[in-house]
Design a protein around this ligand. Structure first.
Ligand code: KDG
Length: 338
């Protein structure tokens, strides 16, 4: 129960305050702090999911674990934050799979263009055995993967022309995530791609350093890219999962009960985040058009042409990753469609 507290701010409780230091504090366990950072802003479903994670963890641990949330790259870009997890100077980051491939090359498989046919199939594969197999690759990198959240199907925007077919990519300067497979796929389509941290993207479009970028509709709208971009096409060229990453050294330092709480919280908050994300992706296409962007729908024939053009890049990466793993992914996708 909270009681009024005179002066000094803060709140006082009926409970006697635990003494700092000393045996009592050791017995009760120290409060642990999770610093959790993302690149997207606080309007995005990813941040709302993070707030849900905070609420669950703080409630179920009775405040023994505190979660501090940071959005908009306040703690750095995805790569820097992932490195901070490895060093133990940050506890949580939720990047797309694409930058994780710089740490675990097998993660490129998630970013094969046109891999997942729908969000539902992605859910089943990611939450199943194949998804788990990929999470199990992370501890070698001093990372623990607790859940898959959703970034979603990526669409192209640019400030030069309406893109309806593969030909229209020609010469467009496109910012890609920091991932070689993305770079090579866009090169194959005739674009002129540049890898760049998400935190630098808005300024790069505003200053005209790049003509365009690709991200899901929710991101395009909530990051206000319509202010610096004129055209959007539903290329749906890659489904981007988010991976909820925790520093392994931090995770290992938690009690078993706390490990279970943070693991369940990441999964439950992820379910909530996926729902919000899907609503947002469905809702904001109209708003982008109301803000003045042209919308071009990619026909099945035009998309098939894009698939054919990027296929050699996919084949090359399949060979590097190992055909066995690639086949397991394809089989899981096939099974999820039965
Ligand atoms: O918080 C996640 C973002 O930093 C990032 O994953 C967004 O898809 C993204 C991109 O294009 O970098």
């Amino acid at each position: 129960m909270l009681t009024a507290c005179g002066g000094g701010g803060g709140t006082a409780t009926d409970e006697p305050a635990p003494e700092a230091g000393g045996e009592e504090a050791v017995e009760q366990g120290e409060t642990k702090t999770i610093r959790a950072g993302i690149g997207l802003n606080d309007a995005h479903p990813q941040y709302k999911g993070l707030l849900k994670f905070k609420e669950i963890v703080e409630e179920r641990t009775d405040g023994a674990i505190e979660v501090q949330t940071y959005h908009s790259g306040q703690l750095g870009d995805d790569r820097t934050m992932t490195e901070a997890l490895q060093l133990g100077s940050q506890e949580v980051v939720i990047p797309s799979t694409a930058p994780i491939a710089n740490f675990v090359p097998e993660y490129n498989l998630f970013d094969f263009p046109f891999l997942f046919p729908s969000e539902e199939v992605a859910d089943e594969v990611l939450d199943g055995e194949v998804g788990q197999m990929f999470l199990d690759m992370l501890p070698d990198q001093n990372l623990v993967g607790l859940a898959y959240w959703e970034n979603g199907f990526r669409d192209l925007t640019n400030s030069k022309r309406a893109v309806a077919s593969a030909d229209d990519f020609n010469g467009l300067r496109i910012r890609t995530m920091e991932n070689d497979l993305h770079l090579e796929a866009f090169r194959a389509l005739g674009a002129n791609p540049t890898p760049m941290a998400f935190t630098e993207l808005f300024a790069a479009m505003q200053q005209g350093t790049v003509d365009g970028q690709e991200n899901p509709i929710a991101t395009i709208y909530l990051q206000r890219y319509h202010e610096v971009q004129d055209h959007v096409s539903n290329t749906n060229h890659v489904y981007s999962p988010f991976v909820f990453l925790m520093s392994k050294s931090f995770f290992d330092g938690l009690s078993e009960e706390q490990q279970q709480i943070v693991s369940e919280a990441a999964l439950e908050a992820g379910q909530y985040q996926r729902e919000l994300n899907r609503e947002a992706n469905a809702q904001y296409l109209d708003e982008l058009q109301e803000e003045g962007m042209t919308y071009t729908e990619i026909t099945p024939e035009a998309r098939q042409e894009m698939v054919d053009i990027v296929q050699p890049v996919i084949d090359q990466y399949a060979e590097r990753i190992g055909q066995d793993l690639v086949d397991q992914m394809y089989e899981a996708i096939e099974a999820a469609q039965q």
